[in-house]
Write a protein that binds this ligand. Structure first.
Ligand code: FES
Ligand code: FES
Length: 192
């Protein structure tokens, strides 16, 4: 049974501890920035929430859709999986840094020319990923482009146009269309 004193005693106040901050330096789209951040902040959140560079999108936040793809020292990475502190000293390029003034990057122009987007949510990641793909030099056919861009999901299903746009900029000839099979006409049937 509680005594009078126990029942009315003021509970001890919780000890509040500030999370430690770590200094990092990033060059983002050609401009050097310094930050003091907690260790758990991802590169994506740093770009979107603190720098207000909202071109890079948060689709899944689990490394499964590619909407957050940016370039780190020229290599494509999922910014949602990269802790900002791990990028200390790196050069980061986002979709906002690809154009040269009013001159679009050739991939940006190709996406427009080929109508390679619908809602556009995946597009910044697709284009940054394609820039990284071109630097890697591993894709030599449209099938290779399709395979090596497979980490970038497009929920609108604009894949054929995306592959066309990327292939055009890479100078890859379109794949030959398979000929439609010749079907014998049978009187009384409707061809679909
Ligand atoms: S948001 Fe990063 S992979 Fe989906
Ligand atoms: S254009 Fe809508 S998700 Fe790709």
């Amino acid at each position: 049974m509680l005594t009078e004193n126990h029942a009315t005693a003021t509970p001890p106040s919780p000890v509040t501890m500030a999370a430690p901050l770590y200094p990092i330096e990033l060059t983002v789209n050609g401009t050097r920035h310094q930050f003091e951040i907690e260790t758990w902040v991802t590169l994506l959140d740093l770009l979107r929430e603190r720098m207000l560079l909202t071109g890079s999108k948060k689709g899944c936040d689990h490394g499964q859709c590619g909407a957050c793809t940016v370039l780190s020292n020229g290599r494509r990475i999922n910014a949602c999986l990269a802790l900002a502190v791990s990028q200390n000293g790196h050069e980061i390029t986002t979709i906002e840094g690809l154009a040269d003034g009013n001159q679009l990057h050739p991939l940006q122009q190709a996406f427009i020319d080929h109508d390679a987007l619908q809602c556009g949510y995946c597009t910044p990641g697709q284009i940054c990923s394609a820039v990284g793909l071109m630097r890697e030099g591993e894709a030599h056919t449209t099938a290779g482009v399709r395979e090596l861009m497979s980490g970038n999901v497009c929920r609108c299903g604009a894949y054929p146009q995306i592959v066309q746009a990327v292939s055009q900029v890479m100078g890859i000839a379109p794949a030959a269309q398979p000929e439609a099979p010749v079907r014998p006409t049978v009187v009384g049937t409707v061809l679909s």
